[in-house]
Design a protein around this ligand. Sequence first.
Ligand code: 6R9
Length: 648
Amino acid sequence: MKAQSLYKIPSTIADNALVTDAQYKKMYQESIINPNGFWREHGKRIDWIKPYSQIKKTSFDAHNLYIKWFYDGTLNASANCLDRHLQHDEHKLAIIWEGDDANKQRNLTYSQLHQQVCQFANALLSQGVRRGNVVTIYMPMIPETIVAMLACARIGAIHSVIFGGFSPDSIAARIIDGASKVVITADEGVRAGRTIPLKNNVDEALAHPDVQCVEKVIVMKHTAGPINWVNDRDIWWESLITTASKHCPFEEMAAEDPLFLLYTSGSTGSPKGVLHTTGGYMVYAAMTHEYVFDYKKDDIYWCTADVGWITGHSYMVYGPLANGATILMHEGVPNYPSPSRLGEMIDRHKVTTLYTAPTLIRSIMAEGKDKFSHFDGCSLRILGSVGEPINPEAWRWYHEVIGKQACPIVDTWWQTETGGILITPLPGATETKPGSATRPFFGVQPAIVDNQGTLLEGKSEGNLVILDSWPGQMRTIYGDHDRFILTYFKTFNGMYCTGDGAKRDEDGYYWITGRVDDVINVAGHRLGTAEIESALVAHPHVAEAAVVGYPHDIKGQGIYAYVTLNTGVKEDEPLMQELIRWVRKEIGSIASPDLIQWAPDLPKTRSGKIMRRFLRKIAANEITQLGDASTLADPSVIDALIVTRLNK
Ligand code: 6R9
């Protein structure tokens, strides 16, 4: 079977790899049998101010849950990403930056980055930011965003980065949740030739009557585009820097002190503020970055994720910088102004390691191989994939056209909540199968359970759970610890519930099949269907809405919304367009529905629960396999929806 074919480890990789298959097996076993001994050693990969003597204190019992790692040690994350490289690598490049316009290029050495972080940390202190405060960052993909994150970490402030695609309402909700006093932004961002009005979006968010906490907005001048200015509240980044000292001692943080908050969507309710702490997260991010990408000190490492997502946090900032790597940071999108941009950038900067998402691969693939006829690619060693299941066709295309059949692909499965990669091949150790994330990383115990929580052995399919803690795990949902326990540990008591489905094959390889809850994954962006439904229902003409994902060639999943209008409201095209704009305004462009279908009624059980199973099938055009409709209050609703779907 083609999808099952095994890809051997290229000898050029195997000969110099950090870990061979035999070493992987030995280390994995040790990490499970003796986690304290294993992590006692591996925790030393980062610098501690006060070394830890305690390693792991964890319990996944929902009635008595605790997660602590290296918990009597102290450290600083920014010092780990900067200060400790100054002695030997101060002139090494930390960041190579390329703008949306390829003529805009900037480089920063470790020493320059360190200096900028110190100055900006002093600037934050001058604005009253203190240890434990939440600072919101809404910035484009420019080095200053990393400066802002590391400056927060330096003084012990908790950063909360918001992806630039979120709307003012979404920004407001996150600012309120974190009670953030300071917001850092830029005048505008640039993406695929268009500007993004970041400062204006912040202004609109702050005009929200419930946002009372923000005292200062620090603005980085990036495009010099027009913006509004609020005296006494807004301050230019540059003006703060010119007077700031280049020396800033780092705060001594406890291992379990918070490092950052990052909001992510769940199956119910508003986005959750995922809280990561300092010690375990740093150890795990640095260690996975080194092993999964078989990191070598001369690598040029390019992660195409936006810094507003967890991939940007762990594998553009904290992991690689803790390891002293040179990263490539790109402001725009890798397929603009043409699909060949990706290859041009790899060749221009001699990229050795590329970490990207299946949706990007599919979109370039759709343009045809000839776009890569001038692509050399000989600098590349390792390719990575993240964010959603990669279909075998895209995997093979990535392997052949980008990797020239010489680069292992690491298909890395993980989540915002897990902080770092949990299931992945290791380049020198794991033979790969297109579409499989393969085997667990050290210390990670995945398992498959049925819907009753019974562990399934051997070859099986069901819910993916993790049986024991790993250092990079989230510690709580900010301000709502009960929700944390309920969401992740109550479904199957004693296990971390991932919300993903998975298969395990005869070789013990894992194949992620996608979410089993009401979360959809659109172009690698994670969205709760409930969030989009609440946005739609907030429109004055909408009575009810049900949102599902449907198969989409490029994005993996598209957003399909069934909308019931209030009595008397006309179902027409202008209203459909208005609803799309409305969702964009309420949540952001990433949540904008691809298809809206008017639904005079929705299929419901007798107790009034919407039966999404049917809606998913109809959206996917799988109307011959609808399954048992006997529990529906009114089965004729389904027929009406099918007729409308067929006419679409
Ligand atoms: C890192 C990140 C998490 C969800 C996760 C799963 C999907 C991520 C994947 C993958 C299959 C992979 N996912 N990586 N599915 N194969 N290699 O993406 O975090 O934004 O929180 O999304 O993404 O469904 O549960 P996040």
